[in-house]
Design a protein around this ligand. Structure first.
Ligand code: NAD
Length: 281
């Protein structure tokens, strides 16, 4: 190319486009189907394997409505055979614990939405992920990430706090991973909470479950809901309610795709999305 002054301009070097090969585990489930659709629709990602023993042989195109030749495989060997760089796991707690060991051993990055891990299980993942990395987030919706951040910020200014998490009728674990992470963060931000005044419960459990920092957590399971949480804080003469509602599973997909794209650059195990959102556009 010749510039106006006659000088030769070398063409801009073409940026190499690296498409990330992704496997989805739990591909036939509610979240797995949404992740398959999101990965298929994103030009920076390629769906190379879909695993779900409960849906073996089903066509991913039929599940997602997006054109692809991929069928659902029975087990994790499909992830290795397909050369996936990242595996996204939305299965169940027990399955996921074994899967993460497998992925760490094979050096495949993991993006994990499955909930219900204990602190000791997270520690064992931290031990295991040396050859590859993992992002584990109990909630991939940006609004939920902000809800947790706001609750943590507000905690030192209030005397009492309770969390109500509300989910669809098929959720098997309680309280939700989001509620547990929120309460952990609030308890770390303040240890100065007014003691519970209750001396008797007419029905056992009426006051919910006692979380870290003695913050109470209440779990609601109701047909028609997706994923919702309200953090209630109170002090003299005032209350603050911080509420987030996921009304559709697409709410989680930008966060999942962000994690898929960033997990390779985040050594070890990252819990929550906050670190990924710093500087994200
Ligand atoms: P679901 O029951 O609809 O789907 C789970 C799927 O996993 C099922 O299809 C099942 O057949 C499959 N499965 C079982 N064993 C498997 C194995 N060995 N390998 C691969 N797949 C296997 O559940 P869901 O509503 O999709 O939720 C899945 C998980 O995601 C739950 O733990 C839920 O709490 C969590 N979740 C997280 C977020 C988030 O943002 N992090 C959002 C929603 C749900």
């Amino acid at each position: 190319m010749i510039a106006a002054d006659g000088a030769r301009i070398s063409p801009r070097p073409q940026q190499e486009v690296v498409v990330i090969k992704v496997a989805v585990l739990g591909a036939g489930g509610r979240m797995g189907q949404a992740v398959c659709s999101a990965v298929l629709a994103d030009p920076d990602t390629e769906l190379v394997a879909a695993v779900d023993p409960g849906h073996v042989g089903e066509s991913v195109a039929a599940l997602t409505g997006i054109d692809t030749d991929l069928d659902i495989s029975a087990d994790l060997s499909a992830v290795v055979d397909a050369g996936a760089a990242v595996a996204v796991d939305f299965t169940t707690h027990d399955v996921s614990v074994d899967t993460l060991r497998f992925l760490a051993d094979k050096g495949i990055h993991a993006v994990v939405g499955t909930t219900g891990f204990s602190e000791s299980e997270l520690d064992s993942f931290r031990e295991g992920f040396k050859k590859s990395n993992a992002v584990i987030a109990p909630n991939f919706a940006i609004g939920a990430v902000l809800m947790m951040k706001f609750a943590e910020m507000a905690a030192p200014y209030f005397d009492s706090a309770e969390i109500i998490e509300l989910h669809h009728e098929n959720k098997v674990d309680a309280p939700s991973g989001t509620a547990m992470l929120t309460v952990d963060r609030m308890a770390a931000a303040s240890s100065d909470w007014t003691p519970d005044p209750t001396t008797s419960e007419v029905i056992e459990g009426a006051r919910g479950a006692l979380g870290p920092g003695d913050i109470r957590v209440h779990s609601v399971r109701l047909r028609g809901l997706v994923a919702h949480q309200e953090v209630l804080l109170g002090t003299t003469g005032q209350t603050l309610s911080i509420r987030h509602d996921s009304i559709d599973r697409t709410s989680f997909m930008p966060g999942v795709l962000l994690a898929v794209k960033k997990v390779g650059g985040l050594p070890g195990v990252t819990v929550g999305l906050d670190d990924l959102l710093e500087g994200a556009d």
